[in-house]
Design a protein around this ligand. Structure first.
Ligand code: UDP
Length: 246
């Protein structure tokens, strides 16, 4: 979290710098099956974030010591392109991308029926082409529909959102300025229907009441984002029954 106290994140009109209300999401668009060579794929635009996901598998786990005789091994790899941020990012893995890859792998694993595919691995490549705060959650939300598009059985979709504190207020879906200069950042992902939490991280300080408020903002936002996920899946998989006649 930054310390630039001179940046006024909430205006006198109660709106945020980008004109949003406190619990307003940025625009979100998702699409599946955008890559021909992947088993499943997706593309998401969430505010200024642009992220591509490619899923491969289940396929034989390699090296063999990664094989689990009871279940598939889920390996998400989060990567930021060098050109995705203002200041060129040095290519290749770093501590941040390793941490994000780990938490995203675990979140996805809790939704996938891994027990059906022993000794295999499922690879999920998350390529951030343009970053604008909230990339881990946008990448995870897109990964979940890419896994579904690969035909891999899942208990539920994973859907997430970030909330936090900026300019002294609890706000939904932090912008880049709010992420940099705000007081706290709380990304959460859940199983869409049961609302079981599968990812929760926090950076900064909030009181318990503020965390409660952030949780309820996130839970209601995930219902809206889940609808967008479903629409992305249904638009490719819905069959027009009228063609079969009565
Ligand atoms: N960011 C950046 N350079 C980096 C890492 C992050 O400019 O090396 C920016 C990027 O826009 C990212 C934001 O900082 O979305 C917030 O990063 P954070 O680690 O909080 O993860 P995120 O919110 O993207 O999940």
């Amino acid at each position: 979290m930054g310390t630039a106290s001179d940046i006024k994140l909430i205006g006198d009109d109660g709106l945020r710098l980008d004109g949003r209300g406190l619990d307003e999401l940025r625009p979100i668009k998702m699409e599946i099956n955008v890559l021909n060579r992947a088993d499943g794929s997706s593309y998401i635009e969430w505010g200024g974030n642009k992220i591509m996901v490619a899923v491969y598998g289940p396929r034989e786990a390699y090296p063999k010591h990664n094989q689990d005789i009871n279940k598939a091994f889920v390996r998400a790899r989060y990567n930021m392109a060098a050109f995705s941020v203002d200041e060129r990012k040095r290519p290749g893995p770093d501590r941040r991308s390793q941490e994000i890859s780990k938490v995203l792998s675990e979140a996805l694993e809790s939704a996938i029926m891994t027990e059906l595919f022993p000794r295999t691995q499922i690879d999920v490549f998350i390529e951030v082409l343009q970053a604008d705060a909230g990339t881990r959650i946008a990448g995870l939300t897109a990964s979940s529909i890419a896994v579904a598009a690969a035909g891999i059985p899942m208990r539920d979709l994973v859907v997430g959102c970030t909330a936090g504190k900026a300019g002294g207020k609890v706000v939904l879906d932090l912008s880049k300025d709010e992420d940099n200069f705000g007081e706290a950042d709380l990304p959460i992902a859940v199983l869409a229907r049961s609302k079981k939490i599968v990812l929760m991280q926090m950076d900064g300080d909030m009181t318990l009441e503020e965390i409660d408020q952030a949780h309820s903002m996130i839970f209601s936002a995930t219902d809206r984002i889940y609808q967008i996920q479903r629409e992305a899946l249904e638009s490719k998989y819905t069959v027009d029954a009228s063609q079969w006649g009565e």
